[in-house]
Design a protein around this ligand. Structure first.
Ligand SMILES: [Zn+2]
Length: 553
């Protein structure tokens, strides 16, 4: 296998999707699509890569929804896990596995991890005061409590934050606290929890992050902010019903805190993947060999977990590789305000897929990806990108090439004669284009990769216009054959180069060409792979125009 830097294999993760709601375009733009484009590029370029994602299924929010709706947490996670898995598939996401944290694999991996740290004596026990509902017979985790904000006086603040003034709170700070479920006034009771010694990893984490010269400034600055405040030890257990039981005797009713257990989902899903492939020990190559490049894709709200908490856990355990990069994206807002499923202000993937071509959605998001700053998603923009770029540039070039070939060359790849300068210019530019685009992908510059790929199609259209095959066909069939041969070669190149962002279109173009995947690799994208005389399949329209009426909601 090919090396990437000093690495022999690449492990890519997208932030797990919380299974209490439908996935929305904010998730796609933040953590899913950039990872999928990266992985698709790496596969085409011949690297050994696996891509891991899944549902995050424990925690207070799911338990709360279950109690409110009078159903079990399992009903909720089943509903959203399968719905989101399907939405991602329909949008062309190419995970090697999309599993979930409610599996036996994950329970075992999380408990083993916990026990590893426990047996090393790293976890301390601390007793703390918590709110307890005698009526419900349980401790009330932060979101289970509402009360009056001590800062602004807002009466509906929850035990973790005040929605009105944005302050982060703890349940004991609330005035007039009451149970969100029953309205019961809780009492203060003591409970004992295990703590992870995060403070003692500050120096090691700082040194590690300072050694990273290629990380995005937003990620590094965010971490520096945390170091400046000073990291504090964190509780890793909670009094909750819905979660993975603490694997140490005498801890009935306690589960592992979701912030500790969820990122282990990347590991447990990898274990499940290789178990399914019949090579149950192979997951260790990806997680425990130093020549693995681990890359976490996520939105900026998850930086703390992937650049500080999880690496500290991995350092404490000691058997695992640390991330090579954490290329976090900013947010993609919806027409000016933040997408949030808890506030019901979001475009769900399942809904947008009922109206638009998945590749048009991918393209609109990728070309407006929040790589360095927040961006906004507008349906007008999706329409414009679909009509003016995908349809008018890429679709048009492929279509006119095929239609021309069918009309004048019986749908067969014509012979190529002697190249003129204009021919050599475009075919000769392919090597530098593919190298440049590859470099953009390898450096997480997805917008640049995409715009450079589209620039090549613009060049191709200019080539078609400048060589005027409709005139050439009357003057010299041989000259015209050379032009159309080159245009068909370019269509094959586009099938490869657009695969990371437009996988369905890539397949369609390849099917129209009819050569299968024999030359379907990044290295071959700069070569003229089609043989003259090869019979093409019938052309299909790649993108249909989106009318104004279709973007009204
Ligand atoms: Zn407040």
């Amino acid at each position: 296998m090919k090396k990437i830097g000093n690495y022999n294999r690449i492990l890519v993760t997208s932030a797990l999707t919380y299974a209490n709601g439908h996935t929305h375009l904010g998730h796609i733009a933040g953590s899913i699509l950039p990872a999928d484009m990266y992985v698709r590029y790496l596969r085409l370029a011949g690297y050994d890569v696996i891509y891991i994602c899944g549902s995050d299924e424990y925690g207070t929010a799911i338990e709360m929804s279950a109690i409110k709706e009078g159903i079990t947490p399992e009903t909720i996670i089943d509903k959203y896990h399968f719905a989101n898995k399907k939405a991602y598939e329909d949008l062309g996401m190419s995970f090697d596995i999309y599993s979930r944290t409610s599996t036996e694999y994950h329970r075992k991996a999380s408990q083993d991890f916990f026990l590893n740290l426990y047996n090393k004596g790293l976890l301390s026990q601390r007793t703390e005061k918590q709110l307890y509902s005698e009526k419900e017979g349980r401790f009330l985790a932060d979101r289970f409590v509402i009360g009056t904000c001590p800062i602004c006086g807002f009466e509906e603040a929850t035990g973790d934050e005040c929605e009105n003034c944005g302050s982060s709170l703890s349940p004991l700070e609330l005035k007039k606290p009451r149970s969100k479920i029953t309205g019961d006034t809780p009492v203060v009771k003591e409970s004992t929890h295990y703590y992870f010694p995060l403070a003692s990893y500050q120096d090691k984490l700082k040194e590690w992050i300072e050694s990273k010269t290629d990380w995005k400034p937003n990620v590094v600055n965010y971490c520096k902010g945390w170091f400046k405040t000073g990291l504090k030890d964190r509780a890793i257990t909670r009094d909750l019903d819905w979660g993975i039981p603490v694997p140490v005797e005498g801890n009935d009713g306690k589960v592992i805190y979701v912030w500790f257990e969820a990122p282990i989902g990347y590991i447990s899903n990898t274990i499940e993947l290789f178990e399914g492939r019949g090579t149950p020990d192979k997951w260790k190559d990806y997680w425990q060999k130093e020549d693995t490049k681990l890359v976490h894709f996520l939105g900026k709200d998850n930086i703390i977990f992937h650049a500080i908490f999880f690496p500290a856990m991995l350092m404490a355990h000691g058997d695992y590789v640390l991330a090579d990069n954490v290329p976090a994206n900013e947010f993609m807002n919806l027409e000016g305000s933040k997408q949030s499923k808890s506030k019901g202000h979001a475009i769900y993937v399942k809904d947008v897929l009922t109206k638009f071509n998945p590749d048009s959605i991918r393209y609109a998001i990728a070309s407006n990806m929040p790589e360095n700053k927040d961006t906004d998603f507008y349906f007008e923009d999706l329409q414009a990108k679909n009509n003016n770029e995908l349809g008018a540039i890429l679709g048009n070039f492929v279509n006119r090439t095929f239609v021309f070939c069918e009309k004048y060359f019986e749908g067969k790849v014509p012979e190529s004669g002697k190249f003129e300068e204009i021919d050599s210019n475009i075919t000769g530019s392919l090597i530098s284009y593919t190298q440049r685009i590859a470099s953009y992908y390898e450096n997480y510059k997805f917008k640049d990769a995409l715009s450079e790929t589209m620039n090549l199609v613009r060049d191709a259209n200019k080539y078609f216009n400048d060589t005027e095959p409709w005139k050439a066909v009357k003057e010299s069939k041989e000259r015209c054959g050379t032009i159309i041969n080159i245009c068909l070669q370019l269509c094959h190149t586009f099938a490869i180069l657009f695969n990371p962002v437009l996988p369905f279109t890539s397949e369609k173009i390849l099917k129209m060409i009819g050569t299968g995947k024999e030359n379907f690799s990044w290295d071959r994208a700069s070569e003229l792979c089609l043989k003259s005389g090869h019979v093409l399949n019938k052309p299909e329209i790649l993108f249909t125009k989106i009318e104004d009426s279709e973007i009204e909601f």
